[in-house]
Design a protein around this ligand. Structure first.
Ligand code: DX5
Ligand code: ZN
Length: 224
């Protein structure tokens, strides 16, 4: 059960200080948006490189950009611990995942709410994580889409069937109210923006979210 706070909800004028506040988390989730793949623009390669140098935890970079085939490996070279790219944007998913791994990072694929996972079930050995979006990518603070839990369960079944050590991440609307549902469905990495940086004490929020995910997984039907 890993927590990856999204700095999209942090103070962009003080990112080093904001990262220090979540040193008890497992990852720092960095949302890279290009204004084309999603209708919002955030930050890019030079900023990620600078954050990698000062972050107390590894960077979980979420690319919401066009042409990830070209850019994803460069984020790995910039020092990201994990690079997630969207299958909707990639020309060659397997080749891109391989280049990310070759550049020294974990490789992950993301699927938007309307994108089925099934076509990617047979390439699970090529990736380290699958990100199931629980909102439409582009903005923080949106409502959790519970109907995506079917997809989380489907990815969990495929991972068990393929016997691969692939993590399942959920992103969007994750809070104390929704994290349990995701853990029960089989997710094990949880992105939270507002539910961490929107709180007075982000470190405490991280610990509470993790405890709550652990409790729910413990009560899942298969006990896994
Ligand atoms: C949305 C981003 C998320 C966002 C989540 O496109 O991918 O990572 O920061 O924010 P919350 O947790 O506030 O929904
Ligand atoms: Zn994200």
């Amino acid at each position: 059960m890993q927590i990856s706070p999204s700095i999209l909800a942090a103070d962009f004028a003080n990112l080093e200080r904001e990262l220090a506040r979540i040193s008890g988390a497992d990852w720092a989730h960095i949302d890279v948006m290009d204004g084309h793949f999603v209708p919002n623009l955030t930050l890019g390669l030079p900023v990620v490189q600078a954050l990698a140098d000062v972050s107390p935890v590894p960077l979980d970079v979420h690319l919401m950009i066009e042409d990830p085939d070209r850019w994803a490996p460069q984020y790995a070279e910039a020092g990201a611990g994990s690079v997630t790219f969207h299958v909707e944007a990639a020309a060659d998913v397997v080749a891109t995942a391989r280049s990310v791994r070759a550049a020294g990072a974990r490789a992950a694929i993301a699927v938007k709410p309307d994108t089925p996972f099934e076509p990617y079930a047979d390439i699970l050995a090529e990736v380290d994580m699958v990100l199931v979006m629980t909102v439409e990518p582009g903005f923080g603070g949106q409502s959790f889409m519970a109907e995506q839990m079917d997809k989380v369960r489907q990815v969990r079944r495929s991972v068990e069937h393929a016997r691969v050590p692939v993590w399942i991440e959920v992103d969007g609307g994750i809070s104390a109210d929704t994290i349990g549902t995701c853990a029960e469905a089989g997710a094990d990495v949880f992105v939270a923006g507002s539910a961490v940086y929107g709180q007075d004490d982000p470190a405490k929020a991280v610990a509470e979210l993790r405890a709550s995910a652990q409790r729910s997984r413990g009560s899942a039907p298969d006990g896994s």
